[in-house]
Design a protein around this ligand. Structure first.
Ligand SMILES: NC(=O)c1ccc[n+]([C@@H]2O[C@H](COP(=O)([O-])OP(=O)(O)OC[C@H]3O[C@@H](n4cnc5c(N)ncnc54)[C@H](OP(=O)(O)O)[C@@H]3O)[C@@H](O)[C@H]2O)c1
Length: 254
């Protein structure tokens, strides 16, 4: 039986790289994202290799998510994989300078969107049973503090805890759950975070030899292809150039 993977946020970065990696291995794909043109182009390209369904979807729109998932054609009925990848950071200013609307968007996307896709697809993963996997995109930002991470890091801490909690409830179903926690990776993520500021985007990656989306896709592909009795709980990965900076101390001038 052909394996099917559902990927949220497949129009760029990790999601797109995963779509290509799983297509290469012959998996059927359900790909989602808001940017219709990009989604259509990717689906058209990959449909030469495998069966692909594209769904133009905003993960924050619960009703649209419900309708799209309910309407999945029968050939995409049983899922072997769900990659909860759609997500974003907005801004990196200190908390007192942040826009509350940006905080809302991060929570609605990274927390609530991930919640919706998981809950709405659980029965299809359970129907597959042994060997099925949910892979969530957390972040090192969910494990460590850094200035400007505030709500973004908070949403990724949610992803980590939710992943662990899900494992408890899925015991006995065969469905596995993994939290992937990357550090600095080169993708449109930073362009989105810095409001399209290309100079800031370039400066983020300059000389850092960051992780590439293909590296994350390989990791996820490996996770999902482990023997069915193994659950990889989490993988934290950083480029060699990135380390934990240590404690910051504000000293009095006197
Ligand atoms: N890059 C990094 O350094 C890094 C590190 C750790 C974790 N992560 C996490 O990894 C995931 C993927 O990031 P990336 O680096 O691949 O970034 P990216 O290139 O910006 O891709 C993000 C994807 O999410 C989709 N998306 C965003 N908001 C959405 C919404 N409301 N509804 C549906 N889709 C939405 C985007 O598609 P549309 O815009 O077309 O909707 C896009 O396909 C995110 O969860 C991010 O937090 C990234």
């Amino acid at each position: 039986m052909t394996s099917t993977v559902f990927i949220t946020g497949a129009t760029s970065g990790f999601g797109e790289a995963c779509a290509r990696r799983f297509a290469k291995a012959g998996w059927s794909l359900v790909l989602t994202g808001r940017r219709e043109e990009r989604l259509n182009a990717l689906c058209a390209e990959l449909s030469r290799q495998t069966k692909v369904l594209g769904l133009v979807l905003d993960v924050r729109d619960r009703k649209a998510m419900e309708a799209a998932i309910e309407g999945l054609p029968p050939e995409f009925d049983k899922l072997r994989g769900l990659i909860n990848n759609a997500g974003l950071a907005l801004g990196a200013d200190p908390a007192p300078k942040c826009d509350l609307d940006d905080w809302d968007i991060m929570v609605d996307t990274n927390v609530k969107g991930l919640m919706y896709s998981t809950r709405l697809l659980l029965s299809r993963l359970i129907a597959h049973g042994k060997g099925a996997s949910i892979v969530n995109l957390g972040s090192v930002a969910g494990n460590y503090s850094y200035p400007g991470s505030h709500v973004y890091g908070g949403t990724k801490a949610f992803v980590g805890q939710f992943s662990q909690n899900l494992r408890c409830d899925l015991q006995g179903t065969g469905v596995r759950v993994t939290n992937i926690e990357p550090g600095l990776c080169e993708s449109e993520f930073s362009l989105v975070r810095f409001g399209g500021d290309k100079a800031r985007y370039d400066a983020t990656y300059a000389g850092a030899d960051p992780i590439q989306p293909q590296d994350i896709a390989e990791t996820i592909f490996w996770v999902m292809n482990q023997p069915a009795h193994i659950n990889i709980n989490n993988i934290e990965l950083m480029p060699v150039s990135q380390t934990l900076a240590g404690f910051a101390i504000e000293r009095s001038k006197g």
